[in-house]
Ligand binder design. Structure first.
Ligand code: ARG
Length: 458
């Protein structure tokens, strides 16, 4: 059934129907569409625009449609233009004339704006839970690896020793911000467009506050033209999803490096790896690579929607229908990636000895050696030069600063004494760094317990 047609004298060309129709994808929010309609008719009855009997018949009919879609006895079929037409046609088929009153005081423009918001709200809740699962795994790993030393890098060159807990803690911060970004979007978008009509409100005495409260919004939207043509919250969501992907992608890049023969910092579990059809020895980090790869697709959705929206005059235009497929795809992609990524790091093995040995090589304690001199009264710039010379000497001898005999130290500066070895041991280097946010054990323990509290409370 078509929702329009009265003023037409010809049938729609089939290709036009196919091109125009959105039912193949907007059926994804059948549930939100039905719940929105139930709220709408409940409000219409309260305002005496529908009788109680009409409202009851419509609500029963809508509930039976919801039930039957969910139990598989009612199939959503493609001859309808969109999910809104499908539900309305099925309702009229089931309850007769009362069904024809469902669309009183409503347009598909405010209806679709509502459905998309309801859908987005549900998906934000699901994404929030997935992020929390990921944070919980990172938190567990942090708690277990507070004394697992590893090199910290800048420019992908070994810089200073850190711990695995500290490195993972950086990702904890990123994904925690991602959660709070979703919360911000939720709070900003949570106003109900229902009642905006096609663009200019309606002449019926709708109680928009009531509709909004039935659907758990913070209130109705304040401008009917904006209500039907606002897609800001989807752009914000796609931006937040892009950022989540960027964070996962960076982490994946590290995991791919760490899992390589050259690093061997981690081993991805067999259940999260794949093999090669030709090279029997291979165990590939495909999941990490796919998550990294899918990042482009989510960024693409953001750029697509920004571009679609940029030239649209007020108010609703059909271009806006393009928001759906790309948003659905981006949400599904991020949800899938989050679940797999979490499973992958939950089962990954960290080679603690390899990490610690790597931190020892590469002079990650050179800054601490310079600090030793500074603590003995040598100006930092001179200390920097002295340690630089010693590093050169060690490179020549193919040893680390810890292995250089004291005489060699003394040859370059008489300030050095036996306690230099203690001062540049990995344990000292890390544990002396105890300011807030640093890798030292006490500083880390504080952050880990604050994270624990955060996970319990949110
Ligand atoms: N399928 C449409 C969309 O997603 C629903 C709104 C249709 N409104 C209209 N005026 N044709 O945007």
């Amino acid at each position: 059934m078509k929702l329009w047609g009265g003023r037409f004298t010809k049938e729609t060309n089939q290709l036009v129907h196919n091109f125009n129709a959105s039912i193949s994808y907007d059926q994804k929010f059948y549930k939100q569409d039905i719940l929105g309609s139930i709220a709408h008719v409940t409000m219409l009855a309260k305002q005496n625009i529908l009788t109680e009997e009409e409202k009851d018949a419509i609500v029963d009919g809508l509930q039976s449609i919801l039930r039957d879609i969910e139990n598989g006895t009612l199939l959503i079929t493609p001859e309808h233009e969109d999910i809104h037409s499908f539900v309305e046609a099925t309702l009229i088929e089931r309850i007769g004339d009362a069904g024809k009153k469902l669309h009183t005081g409503r347009s598909r423009n405010d209806q679709v704006a509502l459905d998309m918001k309801l859908y987005t709200r549900d998906e934000i809740a699901a994404l929030n839970d997935l992020l929390k699962d990921l944070l919980s795994v990172i938190h567990r790993l942090m708690s277990e690896h507070i004394e697992t030393f590893m090199p910290g890098f800048t420019h992908l060159q070994k810089a200073q020793p850190v711990t695995l807990a500290h490195h993972l803690g950086a990702y904890f911060e990123m994904f925690r911000r991602d959660r709070s970004r979703l919360r911000d979007i939720y709070d900003r978008m949570n106003y109900c467009p229902l009642g905006a009509g096609a663009l200019a409100g309606t002449t019926y005495p709708l109680d928009r506050e009531y509709s909004a409260s039935l659907l758990k919004f913070d209130g109705p939207t304040w401008n009917s033209m904006d209500s039907v043509s606002d897609r800001d919250y989807l752009i914000e969501l796609l931006s937040a999803l892009s950022t989540i992907m960027m964070h996962m992608s960076r982490f994946c890049e590290e995991i791919i490096l760490w899992n390589s023969n050259e690093y061997r910092f981690v081993e991805i579990d067999d259940s999260y790896s794949t093999g090669s059809s030709i090279m029997p020895q291979k165990k590939n980090p495909d999941i990490a690579e796919l998550v990294r790869g899918k990042t482009g697709r989510v960024y693409g959705a953001l750029i697509s929607l920004l571009t679609t929206m940029k030239g649209i005059p007020l108010a609703y235009n059909k271009d806006m229908q393009e928001d759906k497929e790309l948003t659905f795809d981006a949400i599904d992609t991020v949800k899938g990636c989050l679940a797999l990524f979490t499973g992958m790091i939950d089962t990954m093995k960290f080679n603690e000895a390899v990490m610690a040995a790597s931190a020892k090589r590469g002079f990650t304690n050179a800054t601490d050696a310079a600090d030793y001199l500074v603590n003995h009264g040598v100006p930092f710039r001179d200390a920097h030069g002295i340690i630089g010379q010693l590093v050169l000497l060690c490179i020549d001898k193919n040893i680390s600063l810890d292995e250089l005999p004291l005489e060699e130290y003394k040859k370059i500066s008489s300030v050095f004494d036996e306690d230099i070895y203690e001062a540049i041991s990995m344990k000292t280097c890390v544990e002396k760094r105890n300011t807030i946010g640093a890798p030292g054990k006490d500083a880390m323990a504080q952050i880990i317990s604050a994270n624990e509290k955060y996970l319990q409370e949110s």
